[in-house]
Design a protein around this ligand. Structure first.
Ligand SMILES: O=C(COP(=O)(O)O)[C@@H](O)[C@H](O)[C@H](O)[C@H](O)COP(=O)(O)O
Ligand SMILES: [Mn+2]
Ligand SMILES: [Mn+2]
Length: 345
């Protein structure tokens, strides 16, 4: 799987990032999202694969493109027989977030990316459109920190594992009212907090790379983004745990329905009978092979954003493979027409 589509998925995230970056700073988050979705879908449908979207655009809003359950790849099209013998290809599941951080793009802020994760059929947890409590930490802390422990305890463990003072740790937390107590606790324990308005996939994955000055992600973000983060962390060997949050009281938004009971029933219908289960990266991305690809839209901790020039653009992507055990940073020059000049750096 890795060899067949590894290179092509770079182009999928690149095309989505370029399209969305055109809308950077224009104040229109829906359009920034929409063009990324269209570009991602178009490029994906040129790949010789039998893909199925398991995490995509809106479970509830019946999105017209990259919706959950959509078949993607040239070998799923009506005229597939012209291009390939579908029986020779393994079926793969795909989780996408064509524009992760739509607000960041719309307001020209750092940290947005086009991102996806791929595995064999059944290899990615089909997370419902709920929230997820997350804990991400570096490789050395894997299996030592625990989402069931308090932030204070985890910071002490992290400090021991990383051989650095708690005061030297930086924890990313989403800037939301639901995190008021968590933020106070982290600060009281002595660590420093980096508040982000959006984009917790980048924050989670940054924990696995030393030099990012991000040592943990704590708090509640969206569940689909949790699975995408887990796919990267599984391949990188970093720590990731996630627990579904289905109680509207906990997240303090009306975005997940009105009652906890109703949500438990919805989860049951989806086959999730243990709603409080804590999932680790290997359970959220359980496939034998897991591929992750992201391309920066605006500049971020891990990647540069899209830089346009006269006749082209330059992008930076990150492709992680559990099979080849590689994390590749890919720097690409895209020549749209005859560029007047291509800069080396
Ligand atoms: O920031 C995010 C928004 O993602 P997107 O809609 O694709 O631009 C994600 O990184 C977060 O994980 C998550 O979606 C967010 O925490 C949930 O939204 P909110 O209710 O505002 O906290
Ligand atoms: Mn997102
Ligand atoms: Mn998105």
């Amino acid at each position: 799987m890795d060899n067949v589509i590894g290179l092509e998925i770079i182009e999928v995230v690149e095309q989505a990032a370029i399209a969305s970056a055109r809308l950077m700073g224009k104040g229109d988050k829906n359009e920034a999202d929409h063009v990324a979705v269209e570009a991602m879908r178009q490029r994906m449908n040129q790949i010789h694969m039998r893909g199925r979207i398991v995490i995509g655009e809106g479970e509830r809003d019946e999105a017209p493109m990259l919706y959950i359950g959509e078949q993607v790849g040239i070998c799923t099209q009506e005229d597939a027989a012209k291009y390939c013998n579908p029986d020779e290809l393994i079926e793969i599941d795909i989780a996408v977030d064509p524009c992760e951080g739509t607000n960041l793009v719309a307001y020209g802020q750092n940290g947005s990316m086009a991102v996806l994760a791929i595995s064999e059929k059944g290899g990615l947890f089909a997370a419902p459109d709920f929230y997820m409590k997350k804990l991400a930490a570096p490789v050395v802390a894997k299996g030592h920190v625990d989402i069931n422990k308090s932030a204070t305890e985890n910071l002490k463990i992290l400090s021991d594992c990383m051989n650095r003072a708690v005061e030297d740790l930086v924890v990313v937390v989403m800037d939301r009212p639901r995190h008021k107590d968590l933020i106070n606790e982290i600060r009281t324990a002595g660590a420093r907090v980096r508040l982000i308005s959006d984009g917790d996939v980048s924050a989670a994955i940054s924990c696995a790379f030393s030099g990012t000055n991000i040592h943990a992600l704590m708090g509640i973000g969206a569940a689909p983004e949790g699975v995408i983060s887990a796919a990267a962390m599984r391949a990188l060997g970093g720590h990731f745990q996630g627990q579904l949050i289905y109680d509207p009281e906990v997240v303090k938004t009306g975005l997940i329905g009105e009652s906890k009971e109703g949500n438990i029933a919805r989860l049951k219908e989806m086959g999730i009978t243990e709603p409080d289960k804590v999932y680790n990266a290997e359970e959220l991305a359980s496939g034998q092979t897991v591929l992750f690809a992201a391309c920066g839209i605006t500049p971020g901790t891990l990647m540069e954003g899209v830089r346009f020039f006269n006749g082209g653009a330059r992008t930076q992507s990150l492709v992680i493979s559990s099979q080849s055990k590689t994390a590749r940073f890919v720097d690409t020059i895209h020549m749209f027409e005859s560029p007047k000049n291509i800069q080396l750096r």
